[in-house]
Design a protein around this ligand. Structure first.
Ligand code: AMP
Length: 431
């Protein structure tokens, strides 16, 4: 490694400046300094005017400053960092120009799609490798020494997921002389820690400094006994039939169980969680995106950043243990000016967590109106479907065991892998 390239740490603690741009006035991409070919690309994507975070971040990025971007999910964050990077690439074309780190592969794919769409006329290529540190250490000839931009999207999550060691390794092998953009909808103290380590005099671009959820989102809760959760879920899905739903569960196993349960009751439900193979995960997501399935059941692997425009209702079937995950989960609906609903299930065990969420978002939520008698009429059918679901889960587990942990090729397959194969636990963190 050439001298002077080592070490990603800024010498002095980063002072955070606020940008001078007035965010209210509507402006064009051209006004922000975006070059014609990229303005055309925005136009072709139907982006008529820049979003608030784009108005704030793009001019600052084009001046060559580092950025801490704090913006709501669905705010156009990706464009805010992709456009300045593409513009810089136009000025000085080279290979391995920018590195975007994301906490999940789905998000990486989504971001790469936006880069390719914006950069199609200038022939931009993206790639989404996993295990970057592994490549750095073991792939001959692979290095990031010429890198000009580093982006961390969902930056707080990258840290929360114990990626700190990996991030440190990456920071050590990329040039100090680079631009760094940190983007997240929620900002932790850890991000501030990272900011000191990796940023140089960053400008803070925040379109909402408080934790907020979008205005067109109607948020409700239901307070119910834990043992009737499934029946209440079925009741709500019937009540709101015709909508598309994302249902969040806390574990892979419960995600799969609930998906099986709902299918047994005739719903088109599909699971997405960290114990499925990457292909299955993308397959599930694509089926839901293409509206071939109306219900996506997911763990928090899907709570961040994914842009699925048609989600009408988010259900927190299991309440999130980290309040900030609530913001990310409900951010899957009411995107890009549409309206949406969220319903959070609160059982006798969840009251404290729920109060923390209300405190974080700074408002009291109304109860979702329900006819309790109608829910009770469902319990028998639901109990039968639960029995079937349990049987199916067991069978899938046995199938896995006999296949020695190979991927099942049915979409309902899940990894109960951790429970089989002699109880050996995988080290990889699954959501
Ligand atoms: P993001 O917050 O980056 O996940 O973007 C959310 C969605 O907004 C994506 O579908 C983008 O294509 C879209 N988007 C980004 N910028 C704009 C814009 N200026 N006008 C309209 N849509 C946009």
């Amino acid at each position: 490694m050439a001298a002077g390239e080592e070490g990603g740490q800024a010498a002095e603690p980063a002072a955070v400046e606020e940008p001078e741009v007035a965010v209210e006035e509507p402006r064009s991409f051209k006004d922000l300094g975006v070059t014609d070919v990229l303005c055309e690309a925005c136009d072709q994507l139907g982006w008529k005017t820049p979003t608030k975070i784009q108005v704030e971040a793009i001019p600052v990025a084009l001046q060559g400053r580092d950025i801490i971007g704090l913006a709501e999910t669905g705010s156009g964050k990706t464009g805010a960092f992709a456009l300045p990077i593409l513009q810089a690439l136009l000025d000085t074309p080279q290979r391995l120009f920018a590195l975007v780190l994301t906490p999940t592969r789905e998000l990486a794919f989504q971001i790469s799609e936006q880069f390719e769409a914006l950069g199609s006329s200038i022939g931009v290529h993206t790639t989404t490798p996993g295990r970057l540190v592994d490549h750095l250490e073991n792939t001959k000839g692979f290095n990031l020494r010429a890198l000009k931009f580093l982006v961390m999207d969902e930056a707080d999550r990258i840290l929360n997921m114990d990626f700190e060691t990996e991030v440190d390794k990456i920071l050590k092998v990329i040039p100090r002389d680079r631009k760094t953009f940190l983007f997240s909808a929620t900002m932790t103290k850890k991000v501030q820690k990272l900011q000191r380590a990796a940023l140089k005099n960053p400008v803070k671009c925040a379109v909402s400094s408080k934790y907020q959820t979008v205005e067109k989102l109607q948020q409700y809760y239901i307070f119910i006994p834990s043992k009737f959760k499934d029946s209440y879920l079925v009741y709500i899905l019937n009540e709101l039939a015709g909508n598309s739903f994302m249902i969040f569960c806390s574990t892979c196993n419960n995600t799969q169980r609930t998906a099986l349960l709902l299918r047994n009751l005739g719903f088109t439900a599909i699971p997405l969680h960290g114990q499925m193979s990457q292909n299955k995960r993308l397959g599930s997501l694509n089926k839901f995106k293409a509206k071939a399935r109306s219900i996506l059941l997911a763990t928090d692997v899907a709570s961040r950043g994914l842009d699925i425009p048609h989600v009408d209702v988010v259900i927190n079937f299991d309440i999130p243990t980290h309040s900030k995950d609530y913001i990310h989960r409900v951010g899957r609906t009411a995107r890009a000016g549409r309206s949406g609903k969220s319903i959070t299930f609160v059982t006798q065990y969840d009251v404290e967590l729920f109060q923390r969420i209300e405190h974080l978002i700074g408002k009291k939520l109304p109860a979702f109106p329900m006819q309790e008698e109608e829910v009770m009429m469902l319990t028998e059918r639901v109990a039968e479907a639960q029995r079937f679901a349990r049987m199916e889960l067991r069978e899938q587990g046995e199938k896995k065991r006999s296949r020695n942990g190979d991927d099942d090729d049915t979409e309902e397959a899940i990894g109960v892998r951790n429970k089989v194969a002699g109880g050996k636990k995988k080290k990889r963190k699954a959501f």
